[in-house]
Design a protein. Structure first.
Length: 188
């Protein structure tokens, strides 16, 4: 499995962590029945049991769906340390850095609005799992990111990177939060 830079391997107690989140022991709200949760993430009840009882590791896609379901990040499921294996690409151009910053800003903006991934998915029409991957920066070149159209007279490598989806751009830049705040202040 390909882990992000700064994480050396999945935690040995990954199954117990997943079980604790599913049972609601980690502040996730209410418990979810194993059969329902397994169905929600697209695996069998038996596969979930093997993962939770640490007899099997989840595949990359399954782990991604589990992380999406509980809105958890790598520090919860992986050990911090030097990873000698392949890493996610580190930005080495100005535009790649912009992409990474936009992805981080999307998560921060969503959290400031008090929205879950499911809420942003409902409002944007994108899937929660796709949004989670975007927030974690696990996208390469994607149709969700584009070059700023106002920069048409600038060399392509110098153009600004923006979200093609207007709602994502508003959330990432804090514009939506300002509009929501202004609406709240204007009423009386």
């Amino acid at each position: 499995m390909r882990l992000p830079r700064g994480f050396r391997r999945l935690r040995d107690d990954l199954g117990a962590i997943i079980r604790a989140y599913r049972r609601g022991d980690r502040g996730t709200g209410y418990p979810v029945a194993p059969k329902v949760f397994a169905s929600n993430i697209g695996i069998s009840r038996g596969a979930l049991s093997r993962i939770e009882n640490e007899r099997a590791w989840p595949g990359p896609d399954t782990l991604s769906r589990i992380m999406d379901a509980f809105e958890i990040d790598w520090p919860v499921v992986a050990e911090v340390g030097e990873n000698l294996g392949p890493h996610l690409k580190t930005p080495n151009t100005w535009q790649e850095g912009q992409r990474a910053n936009l992805c981080t800003a999307l998560r921060q903006g969503r959290q400031e609005l008090g929205w879950t991934l499911a809420e942003l998915a409902r409002r944007s029409g994108l899937s929660a799992s796709q949004l989670s991957r975007i927030e974690r920066g696990q996208i390469a070149r994607s149709a969700v990111l584009t070059l700023e159209s106002e920069d048409f007279n600038i060399l392509e490598e110098d153009r600004r990177v923006v979200f093609a989806h207007p709602l994502l751009m508003q959330v990432a830049t804090g514009q939506l939060g300002q509009e929501v705040g202004a609406e709240g202040q204007g009423g009386g």
